[in-house]
Design a protein around this ligand. Structure first.
Ligand code: NAD
Length: 487
């Protein structure tokens, strides 16, 4: 069967490569190749840079309000095409339609809308110095690169392009080679909305194309979303010309359930933070610490709801709420972690195996898995698994649980469930994590800055401060009196 072939998207149109190199993309729920994509070879790479330079000339010369107006049009198109784009995300990622339909496109559009609104608010300052004065200008950085992960492909492309473009930069975006189509659709939407050619180019490929972006001397910043190990490599290459970096990396986040918590709410949070998007969410609370006095009732409800309320199957079926993992290889990696958990003495309360649902028998599914009898030194408790695998741990004391929660090199997110308002804030303030929730888990509105402590990241996405991270300050000193020269 022949499948469609997508080329790179450069300067407002598709551009053929000369090497002929392509890669295939499979639907994780069917194991079938659904399309192929051309790799960005040297010809495409060169064209992408030339186009970005031209795009920058035009885009950075526009007033912020003009840029804002155009970006708002793109937002409207994203919302208009919600279902079409959501379907692409389902076919590429294997995630359930019921999620993609209301989250992926909308949270992407929200962020572009937010930064489009902020664009005209960026102001410099002015200050007298004796008779002279100086003023500052917020100027764009120039050509930026975005490199995305595969779990929220379109959302990531929007979260990086929104602030970059709003501040007057141009972006060359490389989506994950597992999920390359959403970014192309976004590029088409930008062009349709009136974003000039060259402002948002999409280059395709895996690590090699990523490395090219991170070492290119004319790229001023790289915003990366992916694994901690890859992030370190990206930072190393970005040092070649001292690029600015934003790093959105992995996590092993704690959820702490105190004895006075609303237990049903805490169970909801634990399930959302482990099984939503079949566990492939960076902020997941994969270490669930439960106070000993409520451990058993918490587990009883968790088990009951996990065994009765989760429906795995064809992700396009609106009743399905557990999709397929991104690839066969990733499914195996998750199953290997489960084996390791068992070998190290943890007990599987439920799940712990691959699934082959009737409506999607060849998909890469893993049953929602809950481990109990865990201790802090187990591999499953220490390493990011990125699948539907939750480890439940028992604690007795507030200070003890804070120390245990912080005992990791990662620090992306954390959650606390308690009715005690003082304890909620006291504990959260002591947790080394960038994104925290009290009596809630997972919501990430455009207005709220998100990013990691420790090895979970550098810089932030969303929120006002992110716009600043896409600008540089120019100070202009203006002499009003004669220069006093000793020469
Ligand atoms: P990954 O690190 O394998 O790949 C991410 C991207 O980097 C891909 O586009 C890949 O092609 C590219 N890449 C690979 N090697 C490269 C190199 N040497 N130089 C430049 N680019 C390179 O990550 P993944 O498996 O796609 O995504 C899962 C990871 O992403 C998880 O660890 C997850 O926690 C993390 N993540 C973090 C956030 C966040 O906001 N903090 C959000 C989503 C995912």
């Amino acid at each position: 069967m022949t499948v469609p072939v997508f080329q790179n998207f450069v300067h407002g149109q598709f551009l053929a490569n000369q090497s002929g190199e392509k890669f295939a993309v499979k639907n994780p729920a069917t194991d079938q190749v659904i399309y192929e994509v051309e790799v960005a070879d040297e010809v495409v790479q060169k064209a992408a840079i030339e186009s970005a330079k031209q795009g920058f000339q035009v885009w950075s010369a526009m007033s912020p309000i003009e840029r804002s107006r155009i970006l708002h049009k793109a937002v409207a198109l994203l919302r208009e095409r919600n279902d079409q784009l959501a379907e692409i995300e389902v076919l590429d990622t294997g995630k359930p339609w019921q999620e993609a339909e209301c989250v992926d496109v909308q949270t992407g559009a929200d962020v572009i809308e937010y930064f489009a609104g902020l664009a005209p608010t960026q102001v410099g300052s002015q200050q007298p110095v004796g008779n002279d004065f100086f003023y500052t200008r917020k100027e764009p950085l120039g050509i930026c690169a975005g490199i995305g992960a595969w779990n929220y492909p379109l959302q990531i492309a929007c979260w990086k392009s929104g602030p970059a473009l709003a501040a007057g930069n141009v972006l060359i975006f490389k989506p994950s080679e597992e999920t390359p189509l959403g970014a192309i659709k976004l590029a088409e939407i930008f062009i349709e909305a009136g974003v000039p050619a060259g402002v948002f180019n999409v280059v395709q490929g895996a690590a090699k194309v990523g490395q090219w972006l991170t070492t290119h001397p004319q790229i001023e910043k790289v915003s990366f979303t992916g694994e901690v190990g890859t992030g370190k490599k990206v930072m190393q290459s970005a040092a070649s010309n001292l690029k600015e970096v934003t790093m959105e990396l992995g996590g092993k986040s704690p959820l702490i359930v105190f004895e006075d918590a609303d237990l049903s709410q805490a169970v909801s949070a634990a399930m959302l933070g482990n099984f939503y998007t079949q566990g492939e969410v960076c902020t997941n609370c994969t270490r669930v610490f439960v106070h000993r006095s409520v451990y058993q009732p918490f587990l009883d409800e968790l088990l009951e709801r996990t065994e009765h309320n989760i429906i795995a199957g064809d992700p396009m079926d609106p009743s399905v709420n557990l999709g397929a993992l991104i690839s066969k290889q990733h499914q195996q990696l998750v199953l290997d972690y489960i084996e390791k958990g068992i070998a190290e003495g943890a007990k599987v309360l439920t799940g712990g195996r691959a699934l082959s649902p009737e409506s999607a028998p060849n998909g890469y599914f893993v049953a929602p898995t809950i481990f109990v009898d865990c201790d802090d030194d187990m591999t499953i408790v220490k390493e990011e698994i990125f699948g539907p695998v939750m480890s439940v741990l028992v604690f007795d004391d507030e200070q003890e649980v804070i120390e245990r929660a912080n005992n990791t090199h990662l620090g992306l997110a954390a959650g606390v469930f308690t009715q005690n308002i003082k304890r909620a804030h006291r504990v959260i303030h002591q947790l080394a994590a960038g994104i925290c929730w009290i009596n809630s888990y997972g919501n990430s509105p455009a207005e709220m800055p998100v990013g990691g402590y420790k090895q979970s990241g550098i810089g932030r996405e969303n929120g006002i401060e992110t716009l600043d991270q896409y600008t540089q300050t120019k100070s202009v000193y203006v002499g009003m009196s004669d220069i006093e020269s000793p020469f």
